[in-house]
Every structure is written in C-alpha cells, then in structure tokens.
Write a protein that binds this ligand. Structure first.
Ligand code: CMC
Length: 436
C-alpha cells in the first residue's frame, strides 16, 4: 500500500489527546484513512453499519467509479472485455491478473473443460431435495457439498489446493446449475459436452434432452457468455465480502463459496434479477405501460415497501455500465428470436424512461443496474425466472475465488472480526424463576 504524505488528525472535544492517522493512496479512487491503531490508542471503535465509508481490504482485482459509471477488471474496461474477450479469458484475467496469450488461453480452456463432470454421487445428493425447491437453496447445498466430494482441494492455505478448487468450481458450476434445473422439471441430467464453448455447453446441458439434442444458437450463446462476463466480479459487494469473511476463518474454499451463494440469493443483491422480472410481469398484468404512473406512485410511497427492482446501487450513482451492455444484448437477443415487439421489453424501456425523468429517481441518483435487463435476456433464452440468481452465482464464482485467493495471499490478512456499539443491558443478576 502506498502511504500518503498527508495525515488525518482526529481530535476530541473533551480534551483527550488527538491522534494522527496515516492515509494510504489507491492507484485510482479514494484514499483510505488507516484506523487500525485507533482502538489501541483511544479505546474507541469506529461505527459504520453497512460499510458506507469503510474499506474492508485492499484489492487489485476490480475497480468501480460509481460517479462515472465505470467498471474495470484488472484495469480493463468492462465494455472492452464484453466485446473483445470471452468468459474464460475473463476468468483467467481475474484469477491471474493478466489476459491469457493464445497458448495460455488454449491451456486454461482445456483445463477447465477437463473438469466439467461432477462426481456421479452428486445426483443422489440432489435427489434428497424436493422437486420444487428454489434453485438457490439447491445450489447452496451442492456447492457446500462439494467439500465432501473433493477432499484433495480443501486446504485454503495450500496454493495448489486453491488452484484446483478454482478450476473445479468454474468448470462444475454450469453442470450443477443445469442439474438443479433438470431436477426441477423432472428431466434426465445431460452430461457436459466438452467440444462446446463454456456458455454453449451450459445451454446444451439446460435445454437438450436424451431424445432431442440442442444446437446452441450463436447469438444466444454470445448473450449468455456476456451475462457471465458482466457478473464475474464486482469488488467488495455483500456476497464477496461474505466469502472473504467466511474464508478468513480458514474454512475450506467450497464452504466459503457456498456462503457467497447464500448471500447472493437476497433480493437486494443477486436475487434482484428475479425480482425485477417478476415486477415487470406484475405491472404487465396490472395493465402494462398504461399503469406505469400508478406503479411509480407506489414505488415513491415510503409506506408501500415497493421498490423499482433493477434500479439503484450502493456504488453506482450513474448508469451501471453493465446495464448499458445488457440493454444492447437484450435488443440483439430479442431481434434474433423475432421478439422485437416483446411487451415486457417495451414496458421495461417505458419504465426506465419515466424513472430517469422523475425527480424522485433523479435526486437520489437511481439508475438502472445490470439486473434491469438481464432478466429479459434470460427469459428470451428460455431460462426460468427462478434460475436467474443461480446463473448469477455461476458467473460470480470466479470473482469470489479470485478475491478469496487475494485475501489468503495477503500477508496482512487476519480473521475478520467486526466490533460493535453495545446498547443492551449492562451486567445484572439472574433472579430465581418465581421472582422474574
Ligand atoms: N426503488 C425505489 N427507491 C429506491 C430504490 C429503488 N430501487 N433504491 C433506492 N431507493 C431509495 C431509498 O428508499 C432511499 O430513499 P430515501 O433517501 O428517501 O430514504 C434512497 O433511494 C437511497 O437508497 P438506499 O437504500 O439508502 O441505498 P443503498 O445503497 O442502501 O441500497 C440497493 C442499494 C441496491 C440495495 C437499493 O438501491 C435497492 O434495493 N435496489 C433494488 C434492488 C436491486 O436492483 N438490487 C440489485 C443491485 S445490482 C446487482 C448486484 O450487484 O447485486
């Protein structure tokens, strides 16, 4: 970390001695005030629920400039990665810090492809779930369960274990997500076909049956691959921070990633793509474009608890660059499917236009995020709504692993242990039950 010449001085109005705090400079983005010695020197903690002003780690992987609407993986703009690279190249970049050259690309793709099958026992494990279980409930179980299948890659402190675990997770997530889907519809699992691309193979495992093969359409495969790239990492979001915190105890990487899957499920995070499409379908049922005004009124009513799903972001105070790319893909896919007049797309565009002109959204800097359009794309590809978040988890797995590896390799890493401001009862005595 690069120290700054500037120091922050913390002073107290009660005359307690002031304290100089070092400042570290990022390569881009805000500097951070180093408060690690604060408690030791002043006996005080800082208070920042929701981490509004707290950097929980230092990282070289992903950078977001929320005001500009910029997203970089290892310095490369997301727009360039989405148009010039495929998902496995992006995985290589996130994991290793550089884009692969031609040989490295072939080698990495071959390595991942060699691991696409899952242990045959996995299907018996899956069979224990109800057929109507939510795919994210199944995925949390399956990913956590992988530690019971791959004993040779569970030592988080062993770089070789972490390496093979990374390859296994990236390779097997599409297989597991497709299996969760096939189980829910009562169809036989389709084994991976390793001469297909990563996204093409996933789509075949989803949509082929033993009686009918599925020949992936190039436009749809490219769209799927783009969904994977756009969701691959997003710096210290809730699920990534969960993975880091979980992994900081030294637990095995599969368990840490399973914790990330569980966190991602929430509607404020990865579950928003499912919630956004459900919302659009609800408005469509209410009467569609005609009813947007009424719906927006509900969203603005603080007592309604209705949110415009797919809008707003903790970091982006401008258009989410992923949403722009997703909107472009959305038009490509719907056009390839002959669905240019899709009422849900029309509704989404009308809703977006109205929201972007409405003072409630403008004053709060609420713009569409990636989830606003990704659901429409996935629905056009034929993916059921309940599977959207599992696909987000599939794509984000590489980011979680890269962040976990970065944390474990950092000599300054410690178990994560936040502090608290205690507001409960001070010490008191237990009374006998009759006197309580
Ligand atoms: N619809 C209506 N009002 C909103 C929305 C929304 N989608 N998002 C934020 N607001 C309001 C919020 O009520 C608050 O208003 P006020 O200042 O009057 O109390 C103000 O905007 C600031 O919101 P916040 O809740 O303090 O912002 P946050 O940073 O804590 O929350 C968020 C960020 C993403 C959880 C929130 O914007 C949200 O719930 N959005 C909808 C869910 C969603 O689309 N999530 C996907 C995020 S992108 C995918 C990912 O990375 O996981």
């Amino acid at each position: 970390m690069t120290p700054s010449d500037v120091k922050a001085t913390l002073s107290f109005s009660d005359g307690s001695p002031s304290m100089d705090l070092p400042i570290f400079k990022g390569s881009v983005g805000p500097d951070v005030i180093d408060i690690r010695k604060l408690y030791g020197q002043t006996g005080k903690f800082t208070y920042d629920p929701g981490f509004l002003s707290t950097a929980s780690c230092n990282s070289k992987i992903t950078y977001i400039d929320g005001d500009k609407g910029e997203l970089l993986y290892r310095g490369y703009p997301i727009e360039q990665l989405a148009t010039k690279c495929d998902y496995l190249e992006t995985c290589y970049l996130l994991l290793k810090g550089e884009l692969p050259n031609a040989d490295q690309r072939v080698e990495f793709t071959k390595r991942v492809t060699n691991h696409t099958m899952v242990n045959e026992q996995m299907q018996f494990f899956l069979r224990g779930f109800r057929r109507d279980a939510h795919p994210m409930a199944i995925m949390t179980g399956l990913v956590g369960g992988m530690s019971a299948f791959y004993h040779d890659s569970t030592d988080i402190n062993n770089p070789e274990h972490r390496e093979i675990c990374a390859i296994r997770l990236i390779a097997k997530m599409p297989t597991l997500v497709a299996m969760a889907y096939k189980y829910s519809v009562g169809q036989p699992y389709i084994y991976p076909k390793n001469d297909l691309s990563y996204a093409g193979n996933f789509m075949r495992m989803m949509f082929a049956t033993p009686c009918e093969d599925y020949v992936p359409n190039d436009v749809l495969v490219r769209a799927m691959d783009r969904i994977f790239i756009l969701h691959a990492d997003h710096e210290q979001n809730a699920s990534t921070s969960t993975v880091r915190l979980c992994g900081s105890s030294g637990t095995n990487p599969f368990a840490a990633i399973a914790a990330g899957v569980a966190c991602l499920w929430g509607p404020a995070h990865g579950g928003a793509n499912e919630a956004a499409l459900n919302m659009l379908e609800d408005v469509q049922r209410m009467g569609g474009v005609e009813k947007i005004g009424e719906f927006i009124k509900q969203v603005k009513d603080k007592n309604s608890n209705v949110k415009l799903m797919g809008f707003g972001h903790r970091v982006y105070k401008n258009y989410d660059p992923r949403a722009k790319l997703m909107r472009e893909t959305c038009h490509e896919v719907l056009s390839a499917m002959g669905m240019n007049n899709d009422p849900i797309l029309k509704l989404a565009m009308a809703l977006e236009k109205i929201a972007l002109e409405d003072d409630y959204f403008v004053s709060r800097k609420l713009y569409p995020n990636v989830d606003f359009y990704s659901g429409i794309v996935q629905r056009a590809i034929g993916i059921p709504v309940s599977l959207f978040t599992a696909i987000f988890a599939l794509a984000r797995t590489v980011g979680w692993i890269a962040q976990l590896n970065e944390m474990i390799s950092d000599p300054e890493y410690k178990i994560g242990r936040p502090r608290q401001l205690f507001n409960g009862s001070p010490t008191r005595d237990v009374k006998p039950v009759g006197e309580r």
